[in-house]
Design a protein around this ligand. Sequence first.
Ligand code: GDP
Length: 467
Amino acid sequence: GDIADRITRGVEGLTGSVSETFREPVVRLGVTGLSRAGKTVFITSLVSNLMDRGRMPQLRAASEGRIEASFLQPQPDDTLPRFDYERHLAALTAEQPHWPESTRAVSELRLSMRVRPNGFFAGFQGARNVHLDIVDYPGEWLLDLSLLEKSYADWSRETLDRLEKREIAQAYLERARAEDANGQLEEPRAKALAEAYTDYLNTAREAGYSDCTPGRFLLPGDLAGSPVLTFAPLPPIDSAHRRSLWREFERRFEAYKSRVVKPFFRDHFAKIDRQIVLVDALGAIHAGPAAVEDLRRTMADILGAFRPGRNAFLSQILMGKRVEKILFAATKADHLHHTQHPYLTALMQAMTREAADRAQFAGAETSAMAIAALRATVEETREHHGRELHCVRGTLANGKSAAFYPGDLPRDPHKLLGPARDGAEKWLDDDYGIMTFSPAKLSLRPGEGPPHIRLDRAAQFLIGDRL
Ligand code: GDP
């Protein structure tokens, strides 16, 4: 079974690369990030800007005029939901533009581009098709990789230790401690515990925390209510009875790993060539130092998933294949005046470098930048008590236009990256919290620049060399 499986996959891998050489190249681009990081907006904007050309000067193939056509085609995977590009684009370009519905599960979209070669081949080779298969999946699922190496007891202990330090977790902790884990399993109690733990995870996400496993508890899809999602961490006990709540939770935890986590990595993650990880760094900065601290740990976890050889299961399914490039992109940079962008970029770079060190990462080429897939603001400089304030102006949900000054980021990213100091300085003003801009109408008025920030640079890093 296993060996035959691996041989078949090896042969598929071989024919895959052969057909690439002689036929049409395929790039599989993974797009991930925690919920609300901006995946849906990113993919919609990327595809729209690749189809409707002229706004991506930093994408070399585009500025050199070598992309002759871009068009959507049926995707290669028949059983994967298709990324609902048209619906998301319709939301963003409506008479009253609104943000599309966010990513809830994995989906895919194939964009094919007709590209003329450059350099050496330009003279005697015609245009060829390059297929870009975009695979959108929740970052929460990626974090589940760490569960594969843990037993239910390990995971419970680590999770409860972490929860100790969090005010928002006290209600769940009390409940878990009061539970008789060695008592006989009763389904309503199991369900109540799982619900209480899920409530905690949701609150933690809202408070800006990223380390929220199991990922499917937040985005259950069609597994909602199934036994595989009906467990929760409990204080470890020495010897558990056969029919106890503890034993059953342990069994479900194992089932979660083998029936939910592994298939995702085998069927989707293992096939990715290039990866963008979208990060709502501004949201974390606004939430405070503890959330930033948590974010940098999460980035190391994510990079760890891309480190070939670290995880036995991953090495086995990847069979030497590896992701070639990974981009960490801070999203929603349009909330800041461009004079602040270098500091956001520096923060992302520092975090990425550090995550690479922590995860002992060597492999893919990594990069970090600050982007806005869809620019919802224009810049404005106002005078305030004799001082110039660099503001951004956008349209609020109520349709009114308003200018905000979100505050300054520290020039030295290490100020943000020091050890977590709860209650220490806050970096972004409260203004940041109320800046919920509606998407701007996609228009190109003179002097306003492209309707995105550095989306073209991101595309150049991710796929430029394949066009
Ligand atoms: P997903 O959960 O990762 O798919 O996140 P979405 O793409 O749905 O984005 C979540 C929310 O972030 C959106 O509803 C917007 O409010 C905001 N957002 C995402 N991208 C941008 C951007 O480029 N600029 C601004 N201003 N807001 C954005």
